[in-house]
Structure formats: C-alpha cells, structure tokens
Design a protein around this ligand. Structure first.
Ligand code: XIL
Length: 365
C-alpha cells in the first residue's frame, strides 16, 4: 500500500518544499512515521540539538522523512538564551526553527519557564523585582517567535510532591520568590504577548503505576483544574513520557488519567517519549522486543484518547539520546541505552514499529 507522505500532501496542495539535496533524493512511497500519523491528523516529531543535525546528514534526512515537528533540546531554554542578563541570544534557537522550516517541519517551543537550565542571575532578580523578571522573558520569547511557533511549553515540571510544599508544588526559585501564582501568570503573560499560541503545561512522571507517579498525577490534575477554573489561558498538558522499563505501567490507570485531563477541556501531547532500558539485562534483541512491547502498550492507551494530538520522541536515534550522553544516566554494562525508535546506526527497532502501527490503528482526530 502506498502511504501519502508529508511531501506528497504538500506537493498535492501545490506547495513548494524547500528541501535539501538529501531530502530530494528520497522516494515518497516508503512507510514513514509521519505517513502513518498524518492521515489521522496526528503529529509526530522529535527533539534535536543543532550540534547533532549540523554534523549528521542521516539524522537530517530522517527528520525530513519521518517527522512533522522538531523541538530544540536545549536551544530555547532560558539559560541558553539569556545567560547574561539583558543579552538575549536567539542564534541557536533560530537555527532550529529554520532547520524545521527548510524541511517542512513546524517547531515547538520548549520551555519558557523551567527550574533547570535557569540563568544564575534570575533568582536574585526575582527576589528584588518579582514577576516582572518573568514577564520580560516570556514576552520577549513569545514576541520573537510570533507567527513562527504556535505550540509552546510555557511551564515545565512545576510539581514535585517530594518537596512537601502546599499543593505539591516544586520548591523552586519561582515558588520561593513569586509564590504559587507564578504558574497561571506565566500562561497569561504568554497569551498577552501572542494570543494565538497553544500554551502547554509540561510534566514528567505521570505514567508509571507506582506511588511516585500516582502522587504526581493527583497533583497535576489539581493544578490543571485550578488553572482552568481561574480562566488561565492554557491549551493543553504535555506529558513528557520518559518511561522506565524498571517501573510498572498499567494502561488502564494511564487511560483514566488521560480522560480526566481531557474532561477539563484540555488537549494532550506526548512531548518527550523515550524508554529507558537500564533495568534490562537480556540480549540486545530481547531488550528491543521488551521496549517495543512497552511502547505499544503506552502508545495504544495514549492514542485511543482523542484529546491526544500526537507524539514527540526525545530524539530519533539512540546515538544522540540524552540517556547515552550524560555520564550519570548511562547503562552500567557499557552498552547503549536502546531508548529511541532508531539505533545508533539509524536502523529501525521494534519501538519504531510500535509507533507506526499505533498511528495506523489510532482513531481519526
Ligand atoms: C534534557 C536534554 O535532553 C539534555 O541534553 C540537557 O542536558 C538537559 O535537558 N525534561 C525536559 C527536557 O523537559 O528539557 C530535558 O532535556 C529532559 C527532561
């Protein structure tokens, strides 16, 4: 069966695709992830960092053929944009947006407000000047990308039940300096700067069937309810999806959570999917099979919920995964964490097929 690819659809619409040499060399009839997702009106995309796409033509080609969306892994974080107060550097972030544009891919914004990768000066500035510090950052960011980026992670990871604060809010510099209302204010400031954005609250640890993730699900739901009932302009929940093979997953628990979020009138996007196989000690092919099986369970549950708009994986190839590129997260046996749809040589793995068939069997949006 011939699958209509993004290129076919664009060509059919008479649009011109500013492709690269390697993009033009591709055939249009192969099976692709976006070819499976698009007919269902689903998004498929992946995160990248410019140091990866700059040096790797296979990676660029894979984005071109398989995705509809890109997300910068670090280029749009506050610490990258404004390490020194008042000197805002959009160079790297802009290159991700233009990489996307030249391959026919939209770019998601990630992430306006996050307690990590926060410039050192922000804490004292918030202590002295309050919310205006956030206001300046958010308005400049949204204004810079007005008309270029629609889907934005406005606040990332603001819940941490272990911090023992009221409503399980993370005991971050934002909470300490600005109080709990900073979350709602961030969304309002973003919408004021660009009313056409889709503002997401993005969070991890919402999928495993254990007490840690149950506590975070409960707290996130309460936060979303509060934001919605106070009229905060929030579009959706970004569920990161950093799954761990060593932790339990129960599709019905996850589906119930998705339904509860959808019932608040929110959309949902899986924003950072990868499957950490550090707990698996089997052969590589058995590990791949188990990861694929987990992916199918997770994706089938996710995509059966119509509020879910699509999936973004946190990278395409194991070669560039953050799980293989930071010392503290590496597997102890020295092998690669096989956490993404493509292995280090860009060979598809069972995870890839899990995505493909989950898109194929998803209900139409
Ligand atoms: C990670 C990147 O992948 C790393 O390269 C970087 O060093 C740290 O951040 N949740 C998020 C992402 O929202 O921004 C994180 O990305 C992974 C966890």
């Amino acid at each position: 069966m011939t699958v209509m690819t993004r290129r076919d659809l664009l060509a059919a619409a008479g649009a011109t695709v500013a492709g690269t040499m390697e993009a033009r060399a591709q055939t249009t009839t192969d099976k692709t992830l976006i070819g499976a997702a698009k007919p269902k009106n689903l998004i498929y995309g992946a995160a990248l960092a410019t140091w990866q796409t700059d040096r790797d033509a296979t990676l660029r080609r894979t984005f071109d053929r398989q995705c509809s969306t890109v997300v910068p892994e670090w280029e749009m974080k506050w610490g990258t944009i404004e390490a020194t107060r008042g000197t805002r550097n959009y160079g790297a972030a802009d290159r991700v947006v233009s990489f996307g544009a030249s391959h026919g891919l939209t770019c998601r914004g990630h992430a306006a407000i996050w307690h990590r990768n926060l410039p050192k000066w922000v804490d004292a500035a918030m202590r002295d000047e309050g919310i205006s510090v956030l206001a300046t950052h958010i308005s400049d960011l949204m204004t810079h990308y007005k008309g270029k980026i629609k889907s934005w992670d406005i606040v990332n990871e603001a819940i941490e039940p272990k911090d023992s604060q009221a409503n399980s809010l993370r005991n971050s510099a934002f909470l300490q300096r600005l109080g709990p209302d900073y979350i709602g204010r961030a969304f309002t400031l973003a919408a004021e700067a660009d009313p056409s954005i889709q503002g997401f609250y993005n969070e991890y640890g919402l999928y495993h069937n254990d007490s840690t993730d149950q506590a975070r699900r409960t707290a996130v739901l309460a936060l979303l309810e509060k934001l919605k009932s106070s009229g905060v302009p929030i579009y959706g929940l970004g569920i990161q999806g950093h799954l761990a093979m060593g932790r339990p997953f129960d599709a019905s628990v996850f589906s119930t959570f998705l339904r509860q979020v959808a019932n608040l009138g929110l959309k949902i996007l899986i924003t950072e999917l990868d499957i950490d196989d550090r707990s698996l000690t089997q052969t590589v092919s058995e590990r791949d099979r188990l990861v694929g099986e987990r992916a199918t369970k997770f994706l089938t549950a996710a995509l059966s919920e119509r509020a879910v708009e699509g999936v973004v994986t946190w990278g395409l190839s194991d070669k560039y995964s953050w799980l293989n590129n930071s010392v503290y997260q590496k597997r102890s046996d020295g092998t690669m964490n096989r956490c993404l749809p493509y292995d280090e040589n860009f060979q598809t793995k069972p995870f890839w097929y899990s995505l493909y068939y989950a898109f194929k069997s998803a209900p139409l949006r």
